[in-house]
Design a protein around this ligand. Structure first.
Ligand SMILES: Cc1cc2nc3c(=O)[nH]c(=O)nc-3n(C[C@H](O)[C@H](O)[C@H](O)COP(=O)(O)OP(=O)(O)OC[C@H]3O[C@@H](n4cnc5c(N)ncnc54)[C@H](O)[C@@H]3O)c2cc1C
Length: 380
């Protein structure tokens, strides 16, 4: 049996952020991941401004050398309607390929003092008298004062916690590809197309890195199922609907992956000896599909709560779980729940073409924090 203060399952953004935070607090941290880094992850690769700020705090100088495209504005494009553009007032957001981002975060955790072990597929959580005390992967076993499950959207923690797999309104699905030669309307602008063919979702085109743009479709699972289409078809049709962007572009392979959404304010925290972070805690924003900031921030909060509880009480019990649940629910759960309500309203606006109504257009601009740009000024 190998021993450590904290065992983290998963070295993605959530696990790495928890690892950096705990190692900086002086704890003995082991992070295990089934993959070997650098590894890719199906994603849109978009880091919001707040995700970039947190990445910088966690990875320091490493973050500055990441290959990236800067995002200086974001456009929500409604069918036959306005293009609402929000411009960055401060530092821009970034597009960073996950193969680079996740390797950077993994290395930052190691640099902070965490031990990172790759190629370890955790199959089982170990318990003693109802408390999680470690995990096992084949013959290898780890014993820890606390285990953090940061193992993504099919976490092994869920069955241990008696949680059903998310589905319908608690889940989204997305497909993405890299395309070369996309004609963008504006440099450094990420575009989100709200379309009738993608209710409770959108299609996206993001600024290119080395000529390759991340292009994809995102939809809540209940709407996706009701449509009766395959994700690959939805992506092909989205691309076909926009010759102004894609007529001279070539596409690479298509990849699809699920996103566990947070649609209630109260987020699951874990159980005695076990804490959840990132997609394992189901923290993706249902409206935007943003999950990287949520993973980084929840990993950081989980690390802070675990470090404080171990220093004070030598364990992570009911009081620590309560503190974690309150912080994550307030800072991440509540905003996601509100965004879920906005998603419902947006669906009606898109479906019935209401965006041209003056009052609604005004509300949309305020809600989006942007301005409606006249269509004749937009290069399409
Ligand atoms: C198509 C798509 C597009 C997206 N686009 C964006 C976007 O543009 N911007 C954004 O902010 N978010 C986006 N997201 C969401 C974002 O990708 C996730 O929310 C984010 O990756 C969550 O990070 P995480 O660390 O919780 O999980 P992950 O990134 O999934 O990392 C989990 C890690 O755990 C490891 N692991 C899993 N199981 C085990 C096991 N049993 N044993 C050991 N290791 C294990 C995996 O190998 C992986 O390294 C997108 C998601 C999808 C599917």
């Amino acid at each position: 049996m190998e021993r450590c203060d904290v065992l983290i399952i998963g070295a993605g953004p959530a696990g790495a952020a928890a690892g950096v935070t705990l190692a900086r607090a002086g704890l003995g941290v082991t992070i295990v991941d089934r993959a070997f880094f650098p590894r890719t992850k199906t994603c849109g690769d978009a880091l919001s401004e707040r995700a970039v700020a947190l990445l910088r705090a966690l990875a320091g100088a490493r973050a500055e050398s990441l290959p990236r495209a800067e995002v200086r504005s974001a456009a929500a494009i409604l069918p036959e309607g306005p293009r609402i553009v929000r411009r960055c007032s401060g530092d821009p957001g970034w597009i960073v390929r996950r193969v680079d981002l996740d390797a950077c975060l993994r290395d930052a955790a190691e640099e902070a003092g965490a031990q990172v072990i790759e190629g370890v597929n955790v199959r089982e959580l170990l318990r003693e008298r109802g408390v999680v005390i470690g995990a096992a992967a084949g013959e290898r076993r780890w014993r820890a004062s606390v285990v953090i499950a940061a193992d993504g959207p099919a976490s092994i923690a869920w069955s241990a916690l008696g949680l059903e797999k998310p589905r319908q309104q608690q889940l989204a699905v997305a497909a993405t590809t890299y395309m070369r030669g996309v004609t963008m309307a504006e440099m450094g602008c990420s575009e989100h197309y709200l379309e009738r063919a993608l209710p409770n979702g959108y299609g996206w085109v993001f600024p290119a890195i080395d000529g390759w743009s991340n292009v994809g479709v995102y939809q809540r699972e209940d709407s996706f199922h009701a449509g009766g289409r395959r994700l690959r078809e939805l992506l092909a049709e989205f691309i076909a609907r926009h010759p102004e962007r894609f007529a001279s572009a070539t596409a690479g392979e298509v990849h699809a992956w699920p996103l566990p959404l947070r649609r209630t304010p109260r987020a699951p925290a874990g159980c005695p000896g076990l804490l959840l972070a990132g997609d394992a805690a189901r923290l993706v924003d249902p409206l935007s599909g943003e999950g990287i900031w949520q993973a980084l921030r929840s990993g950081q909060i989980t690390g802070e709560v675990a470090a404080a509880s171990l220093a004070r009480e030598g364990r992570v019990g009911a009081a620590a779980l309560g503190r974690l649940r309150r912080r994550v629910s307030l800072e991440l759960g509540l905003p996601c729940w509100l965004k879920g309500q906005v998603q419902g309203a947006m669906r009606v606006i898109v479906e019935y073409g209401l965006a041209r109504h003056t009052a609604l257009s005004w509300a949309l601009q305020r809600g989006y924090g942007g301005a409606v740009e006249p269509e004749e000024e937009v290069l399409r």
